[in-house]
Design a protein around this ligand. Structure first.
Ligand SMILES: C[S@@+](CC[C@H](N)C(=O)[O-])C[C@H]1O[C@@H](n2cnc3c(N)ncnc32)[C@H](O)[C@@H]1O
Length: 449
């Protein structure tokens, strides 16, 4: 007989990175989903280890003052948001506390942590959303976001507050079309053919919109109908085929049904060309604040001669630095982003930036200038390799700016930079992802000898 899930009542203490509240039951630690600090909650455990467990709050016995009614019916189930039941100022406070705690043991860091720079727009702020197709147990087609922790279950997203009203309308129309034409969802386990994803990208600086519908195969009339129903809502429309059924969607055949195939976004007056595969910061307004501040810190105490932009993506940081440094070298390992970065340089008529294709984490990339004044790093969640930290420190740049999306790997890497030796001069968090636990942090390090 299947064992009933264990339930217990706990008092929560604080938030941890990942969006759970930490509670203790004797000396046992429980990470509780959907709870806030200082709440008494009934928890149902879903994963148990020797000294800790993961559970979900199923009843809030004593709510925290920061708890508010959620404006989304899927709160707690959806993998998109973790904080919809928490007042926005408290979300920022909790994020700052998590960052401060993560920096424990990093000399001089905790006391420098500033308040999180808030987002003015906390709804409809994402410029890119990827929705997936699936079906209910009864076989009804769905288009939306994944249930938390599930790659099969899809929750409706026609009311999702992370993107715009226009985007929600596109979700409604595309779902209605698929139902009308009787086109099924691709089945992740049985691998039966069907629709996979709908990606909507919205350039906030130009109001241009790109839509891509991805299926494992073509269906008669689908592309024509797609164009007809989205004509008034999208500047660029793709219908794409992806037969790579054993991994995440990676279309190998794309048909442009409308437009040039690209949209253009702006950041602090700079222009960026965005294609269906282009990585781009997903919160335009907050990315503008982050990069404007980065550019300001880059000029302290004076204009840098040579600056490196490592993990450059499509070049937004290099383009911001181009205005304040004599020369910028951007380094990026993913070929499509390297090409996109070069296109963006041309689009902005910028002459003092070079883009190198190289793996920053492996070894010192070839072709770097001997004397480097400033290094900016913006790595993905795993952070920097010790090799990368070693070669950066060996070039002895006067300053390093670290843009981090993961406080844990940030703390680990800062400890190595401190030994190089650098000291920390600023720690400034930015909220690019309201209602989620994610946080971007900008750190300024200065060489001490
Ligand atoms: C967090 S994104 C930042 C991109 C860019 N700075 C921006 O703001 O749009 C990290 C980038 O690092 C690139 N990347 C990941 N690992 C890398 C490596 N080992 N060497 C060079 N680039 C890498 C990714 O392709 C991605 O473009």
């Amino acid at each position: 007989m299947k064992k009933a899930p264990q339930e217990l009542t706990v008092r929560t203490e604080k938030m941890v990175y990942g969006g759970q509240a930490l509670a203790r039951a004797d000396r046992f630690v429980v990470f509780v989903d959907d709870a806030l600090p200082n709440e008494t909650v009934r928890v149902r455990l879903y994963k148990k280890k020797k000294q800790f467990a993961f559970g979900r709050a199923i009843e809030i016995l004593e709510p925290a003052p920061e708890r508010i009614p959620s404006d989304c019916p899927w709160t707690g189930d959806c993998g998109g948001c973790t904080f919809r039941h928490c007042a926005y100022p408290a979300q920022l406070r909790f994020k700052k506390e998590v960052l401060v705690e993560s920096l424990h043991g990093v000399a001089g860091a905790q006391e420098l942590v500033r308040d999180v720079v808030p987002a003015e727009q906390t709804q409809d702020y994402r410029n890119k959303m990827v929705f997936s197709f699936g079906a209910t147990m009864e076989g009804e087609l769905r288009l939306g976001l994944h249930r938390r922790g599930s790659f099969m279950h899809i929750l409706p997203a026609d009311g999702c507050w992370l993107q715009s009203a226009g985007s929600r309308e596109i979700v409604r129309r595309v779902l209605a079309l698929a139902k009308q034409l009787n086109v099924p969802a691709f089945h992740e386990i049985k691998k039966t053919p069907g629709l996979r994803t709908l990606t909507i990208r919205e350039a906030r600086g130009t109001n241009q919109r790109m839509v891509e519908l991805v299926a494992t195969t073509a269906y008669p009339g689908l592309a024509e109908h797609l164009l007809a129903i989205l004509e008034d809502l999208a500047d660029v429309i793709y219908f794409s085929i992806d037969t790579n059924i054993y991994g995440s969607a990676r279309p190998e055949q794309r048909s442009v049904l409308k437009g040039s195939g690209h949209i253009e976004e702006t950041l602090n007056g700079l222009r960026f060309r965005i294609g269906p595969d282009t990585f781009f910061q997903s919160n335009t307004a907050q990315a503008e604040k982050l990069f404007a501040r980065l550019r300001e810190l880059a000029t302290l105490p004076g204009r840098p001669g040579v600056a490196l932009d490592l993990f450059a993506g499509t070049g937004p940081i290099a383009l911001h630095l181009a205005a304040v440094a004599d020369r910028v070298v951007a380094v990026e390992s993913w070929e499509p982003s390297v090409l996109a970065a070069r296109e963006n340089l041309a689009l902005n008529d910028v002459q003092n930036v070079d883009v190198l294709a190289a793996d920053v984490n492996a070894a010192l990339p070839e072709g770097l200038p001997d004397k480097i004044d400033l290094v900016v790093v913006d790595p993905p969640r795993p952070g920097l390799s010790p090799e990368a930290i070693a070669w950066i420190a060996a070039r002895e740049p006067g300053a390093i700016l670290y843009v981090s999306c993961n406080p844990a790997t940030l703390a680990r890497d800062l400890k190595l930079f401190l030994q190089a030796p650098y000291r920390i001069e600023a720690v400034e968090p930015f909220d690019l992802f309201p209602h989620t636990f994610h946080l971007e942090t900008l750190v300024l390090l200065r060489r001490t000898s």
